[in-house]
Write a protein that binds this ligand. Structure first.
Ligand SMILES: C[S@@+](CC[C@H](N)C(=O)[O-])C[C@H]1O[C@@H](n2cnc3c(N)ncnc32)[C@H](O)[C@@H]1O
Length: 307
């Protein structure tokens, strides 16, 4: 490799292809780690972006650890080969033990760098990474009894990254809400939630205080219903299974109406992601689209008002 590496991208498991499609200047692909000759790009499909990678020559494990520590304190390893040597370097750094998060938790604030071994005597290390979590992996202490499915982990992660959650006294709408994993999280936050779906909520969620349900087509729900009642909506959540283009056409009037403060919506793809619609979502002012660790072939669109 002769070109200088200016940024690196860790794709989610099984999702390297959509990342490659949106990335410029690819010079090497090491399994899920993609190296680029271009400065860091704000791509949608990366689980972690290494924004300022440096290549460092090392002559021993101790030397590697010393050079990394001279840059900063906290590092995580992504190794795609030379696993044992890489692990020995990590051990020398006395890494923080990463424990599953209890929801809700604040976002970690101390900087976390990422490194890998390009070969036996060369490190690639980036002190500035897009994710505050090791390799972008946001793991939570799971609740195996409360929620009816595992979809709640997506909302745990989205709210953690947003650094904001529904508050007691707030009113939320959750479209495509059944069987109720997201409604269960909203209830846990202490807010009220109206869940809309064509399928029923799980009885254990339907019976929770502050959870109400309407069996209807989500696309028949328009902001005028709430404008007429002069009822503001604090959060609009969507985990609908539908074409992202259809979701965009439906959500835009909600954004423009100003009736709702915060939005978190999953964009679900069948096969190849629809790049033009992703860009339309990303172009909504003060919003962002990102791939969550707990997303599959999906992205999450956030539009969060400052508290
Ligand atoms: C992935 S599931 C949602 C899981 C949910 N977030 C949870 O935490 O349990 C998607 C839901 O979208 C619903 N859905 C799809 N199209 C819909 C529509 N047009 N109107 C209402 N619900 C719809 C499906 O019935 C399904 O329950």
């Amino acid at each position: 490799m002769t070109e200088k590496i200016k940024s690196a991208y860790l794709a989610a498991e099984g999702l390297t292809q959509p990342l490659l499609k949106e990335l410029d200047g690819v010079i090497a692909i090491h399994d899920r780690l993609v190296l680029s000759s271009q400065p860091a790009q704000e791509v949608f499909w990366a689980q972690n972006i290494w924004r300022n990678p440096e290549t460092l020559s090392i002559d021993s494990i101790n030397d590697a650890a010393k050079k990394l520590q001279a840059i900063q304190r906290n590092w995580c390893l992504h190794s795609y080969h030379l696993h044992r040597r890489a692990k020995l370097i990590l051990e020398k750094l006395s890494p923080r033990k990463s424990r599953p998060l209890v929801f809700p938790s604040a976002l970690p604030t101390s900087p976390l760098g990422s490194f890998t071994l390009l070969d036996k005597n060369t490190l690639l290390a980036s002190s500035d990474c897009s994710s505050a979590f090791p390799n972008g992996e946001v793991n939570f202490v799971e609740d195996r009894n409360g929620p009816p499915n595992r979809a709640y982990l997506k909302l745990y992660e989205a709210l953690t990254l947003a650094n904001l959650k529904p508050q007691p006294g707030e009113f939320c709408i959750d479209v495509g809400g059944s069987p109720g994993g997201w409604a269960w999280v909203i209830h846990q936050c202490g807010a009220e939630v109206l869940s809309i779906d064509r399928a029923p909520l799980s009885p254990s969620v339907a019976s929770l205080k502050g959870v109400s349900f309407q069996k209807r087509d989500a696309f028949s729900l328009h902001p005028q219903e709430f404008e007429l009642k002069q009822q503001s909506v604090d959060w609009l959540f969507s985990d609908l299974i539908c074409y992202p283009e259809k979701l965009y056409e439906w959500i835009l009037p909600w954004v423009e109406s100003g009736v709702c403060k915060n939005f978190i919506c999953t964009l679900k793809f069948k096969g190849e992601p629809d790049q033009s619609t992703i860009e339309k979502f990303a172009a909504v002012p003060n919003s962002q689209v990102r791939h969550l660790f707990n997303n599959k072939n999906e992205l999450t669109w956030f539009k969060i008002s400052s508290p």
